[in-house]
Design a protein around this ligand. Structure first.
Ligand SMILES: [Cu+2]
Length: 243
């Protein structure tokens, strides 16, 4: 009975903390919102299971601790078939549910833009230890570490990502977008995002490209500041670059 109360209490506190703390800040893309929703749901489902295990461990450690110097055998352990059976059924059902949603459904959500024409296509190349970017059809390339990757808000942006030949594997990650994909020599990977939020690195460090695959000495420095601006401002910036 005490254990059950502790379990309920821990569950309520942890669920409340999960829903009230904004752990990672708001996602800056539609796809990022899908991912955050999935993460919150999985955490919410996992919390009661986790608190149950922790409570039971704590409870039996205290309740059945060694008492004095007696060294006699403990009571025999018997299987409680109903408990074991219901635990198996509930956890199996939970697993099937999360495979379908957010698992399968979430993957479909992330793929739903793949047939659409992108508003902006950016070709990304990784090399030790720098990223370079080419805006397709816009005659703008960014290379230096001090450059900022400027992107339009309210747009479908498609990133094609690769790594230079003879280089190593990197990983192209923008935390605010919640998207990350490997940059592999000789292979082009891609992901789509619909930007939904103005922002820049100076206000929110999640607006940055960060290499997420340990690639050598300057791996940690392999990042680019990101700035998401209104589409008109973006077009103006492009025009300024060409001038
Ligand atoms: Cu790297």
């Amino acid at each position: 009975m005490t254990a059950a109360l502790i379990w309920v209490l821990l569950t309520v506190v942890a669920e409340f903390a999960l829903l009230s703390l904004n752990l990672f800040g708001d996602a800056a893309t539609k796809q990022g919102q899908f991912i955050d929703d999935a993460f919150i749901l999985l955490m919410a489902l996992a919390i009661p299971v986790f608190t149950f295990v922790v409570t039971m461990i704590g409870y039996v450690v205290i309740k059945f601790r060694a008492d004095g110097d007696e060294l006699e055998d403990a009571a025999p352990v018997r299987t409680h078939k109903k408990w074991v059976g219901s635990w198996l059924i509930w956890t199996t059902l939970l697993t099937i549910v999360v495979i379908i949603y957010p698992g399968y459904v979430g993957v479909q959500e992330l793929r739903e833009t793949h047939e659409e024409e992108a508003d902006l296509t950016v070709n990304v190349t990784g090399r030790r230890w720098q990223w370079s970017y080419e805006y397709e059809g816009r005659a703008v390339s960014l290379f230096a570490k001090d450059d900022m990757l400027i992107l339009p808000n309210d747009s479908l942006i498609r990133f094609y990502v690769t790594s230079e030949d003879q280089d190593v594997i990197h990983s192209f990650w923008i935390p605010a977008f919640r998207m990350k994909i490997d940059a592999v020599p000789g292979l082009t990977t891609k992901f789509d995002v619909n930007t939904t939020k103005i922002g820049n690195f100076n206000d929110d460090v999640n607006f940055r490209v960060q290499c997420a695959e340990l690639c050598g000495r300057d791996h940690s420095l392999m990042f680019t500041r990101v700035k998401v601006v209104e589409p008109a401002e973006f077009e103006q910036w492009i025009a300024d670059q060409a001038a």
